[in-house]
Design a binder for this molecule. Sequence first.
Ligand code: BEZ
Ligand code: FE2
Length: 404
Amino acid sequence: MKIISADFIYTPEGFIANRAVAFTDTIQEVDTLEVLKSKYPDASIINTEPNSVLFPGFINTHVHLEFSANKTSLKYGSFMPWLDSVIEHREALVSACDNAVMMQECEAMMRSGITTFGAISSFGNELEVCEKTPQRVVFFNELIGSNAQYADMLYGDFMERVKASMSCEASSRITPAVAIHSPYSVHPIILQKAVNVAKEHTLPLSAHFLESQAEREWLEHGEGELKGFFKKYFSTETPVTNIQEFMYAFDTYPTHFTHCVQANQVELDYLAQKGHSVAHCPRSNRYLGCGRLAIENLKQPYSVATDGLSSNDSLSIFDELRAALMLHHQAPINALASRLLQTVTADAADILGLNCGKIEEGKASDFAIVTLNESPKRAEELALWCILQTKEVSALYIEGEQHV
Ligand code: BEZ
Ligand code: FE2
């Protein structure tokens, strides 16, 4: 048994002062240090530095580790030139992205407090790294392929990757999962088969959805910038699905929809009504010129996530939260800061179906300790100061063991 105390603990009821947590691999009890010491006299005591805040480990629900080698190869500013640059540089970027590069990024995520991440995997290349990192990983095997001619082959490859990630489940902190690339890039027949796989094995399910204006125009009218792309690479001028048909395919299974920047209120409400959640990636959306997701209008739970280094400059969750504060400049800043912390802890854990994300009895002992540089003068501003001042956490625990 270990006992950790901090000036503040972030709980589902907000920040509480002068409390401690007794834990093994799971949280046993939350109380004052004196009470816990007398209950567990043999426990080792961990005292955090003054002005520390004990958080549950942070959760980044959506990242593409396979693109971690990108620095300046991909073109930022607008979605279509970016997608063209992905096609041009994909092979070189993926081959430059070896295990060492990906492990460095897992470590960078840990230094920013991330104890769990959702890895969107196109090729399965990052499975070994995800097995090795101490972090919890929801391993989203991604299905792609709009061309009916190749659909069976691509689906077969996808199922092989699903099985490989399932076989790691017992020996690592990996949860196998399914990701659908997007409405424009997945044929509806294999889409439905993949949704059924997720449903049958109760695997987390995710899909990119309405990221760009180009995607919307293509799905609605078969026009716009994606038309030339499909003509050039796939010799086709008609989309394989439309917005409604794509959404309906997920009706019976809760899904984590990434981006949704170009979804209208009716579509967002439909997703909410069906029990789906949203992954909001503020920097990725800004860098690819996709716009601002109106988070203030969402009726469903949402997470804040970094996306990959293919559309970002770091995988730090605190960099992402600071960007969210800037992007949503109209929102009252303290209320937004509090909500953002909830999106990357309790809400993200609920979305991914994981028993972590809260400092509460019975939850996994995944902790991130944030140390402020002076005592916060007003308690109601704690969330904001934690976001603004944290470049790296001062310690990190996963399942009760220290890793930073
Ligand atoms: C497709 O199969 O339709 C596709 C693949 C990669 C990027 C975009 C579309
Ligand atoms: Fe993504």
